[in-house]
Design a protein. Structure first.
Length: 380
């Protein structure tokens, strides 16, 4: 790569990384606000919250990359063009293709990284995320006890706790259990904690008492220093982790197990997700071509390129929204998946057409054509 090529690439790489980091931070902020439920209602630790937020990043980055490439290219190319550095490149004999080659190569690298995210990193991250959310949802400590509330985690079982700290310690615990034979038992304890004994979840209550009405209506009262309440009957569930289309590998999307009813009913949705994984990286190259068309697709202007930039920005937004619409429509009919590739490729062709619409040689021809008349005027 020549010196000028490396210079143009450096001028584009910095803004691209900066725009990607800034937009990712904004997306993570919005995602973290939605995930505060893990701490507020589910009483999970900050580590679980950060882990869940980080596992959302591959898909967020993949959605942000085309926008970051487009914004960074507009900023860098507009500065280079207004400072007449690109004009100097043209004057030095560089063709439009040589000037556009470094940005397009950068976009191709970004598209390749986005493809890796789509095919391997996102499914792995989302599978891990799904397992983490499943553990949070089935966490006995968060589902059994809610601070200051009466909860019914199972039929015939009522639980109340005055307070629960961040370590899982429970203060002033009340449990009322109604059994199938009609008897009822009430447990009260000053403190409690959920733990595991012999791989079974238990609630260890300390300094409390039990009050039980027998079938004959006799009240049995008992105090204890420590009592172990078995929670395993509450955890007997056949619930399994269900992987959504965004969590599946590419071969699972294109070749689903049609013996399963859910995959058979959602075959078109899986197919649409698979084609979207392959098609979305093309938006990085297409948006770079649109940015190039906005800046060097016309003549030089000292007044700036605000109008062309606004038009290409609106066109990029329409193209991306159209891509989402096409992906949704592909879940109804398989042939529409062709449009998932046609939309970014069409935007790429339009952008490149704008870049090469006006060739540098045309200006040379105009000077050559005007040369004799200028000479005659000078002689006159």
């Amino acid at each position: 790569m020549r010196l000028i090529d490396r210079y143009l690439l450096r001028q584009l790489l910095g803004p691209t990384l900066l725009a990607t980091a800034a937009l990712t931070a904004v997306a993570l902020l919005s995602q973290s606000l939605a995930g505060l439920d893990l701490i507020v209602n589910q009483r999970q630790s900050a580590f679980v919250f950060l882990k869940v937020t980080a596992l959302y990043m591959p898909q967020l980055i993949n959605m942000i990359l085309p926008i970051a490439v487009f914004v960074a290219a507009l900023v860098a190319l507009n500065r280079l063009h207004t400072e007449q550095e690109i004009v100097v490149c043209f004057a030095g004999g560089m063709s439009r293709w040589k000037v556009a080659s470094p940005p397009l190569r950068l976009a191709a690298v970004v598209a390749f990284l986005a493809l890796i995210l789509n095919l391997w990193i996102q499914p792995l991250a989302y599978r891990t995320l799904r397992q983490e959310l499943f553990e949070v949802r089935t966490d006995m400590a968060s589902s059994l006890v809610r601070e200051g509330e009466f909860t019914e985690p199972a039929p015939g079982l009522t639980v109340y706790a005055q307070s629960v700290d961040g370590q899982g310690n429970i203060e002033n615990l009340f449990i009322h259990q109604t059994k199938a034979d009609g008897s009822a038992t009430t447990y009260t304890a000053d403190a409690g904690r959920i733990a595991k004994r012999q791989d079974r979840p238990v609630l260890i209550m300390r300094k409390g008492s039990t009050q039980e009405f027998s079938e004959r209506g006799v009240l049995n009262y008992l105090t204890f220093d420590e009592y172990v309440f078995d929670l395993s009957p509450l955890t007997n569930s056949d619930e399994l982790i269900h992987y959504k289309p965004s969590d599946r590998w590419l071969h699972e999307l294109f070749f689903p197990d049609l013996t399963q009813d859910w995959e058979k009913r959602n075959r078109l949705g899986l197919l649409a997700e698979g084609h979207a994984r392959l098609a979305t990286p093309l938006y990085n190259i297409a948006f770079m071509a649109l940015a190039l068309s906005a800046i060097i697709g016309g003549g030089f202007s000292r007044l700036g390129y605000g109008r062309r930039i606004a038009l290409m920005g609106a066109l990029a937004a329409v193209v991306r929204i159209l891509g989402f619409v096409v992906q949704t429509a592909s879940e109804e009919s398989a042939w529409i998946n062709i449009l998932q590739y046609a939309v970014p490729l069409g935007a790429l062709a339009y952008g490149l057409k704008g870049v090469f619409r006006q060739r540098v040689s045309r200006f040379i021809d105009m000077r050559t054509r005007r040369g004799p008349s200028l000479a005659r005027n000078a002689a006159a």
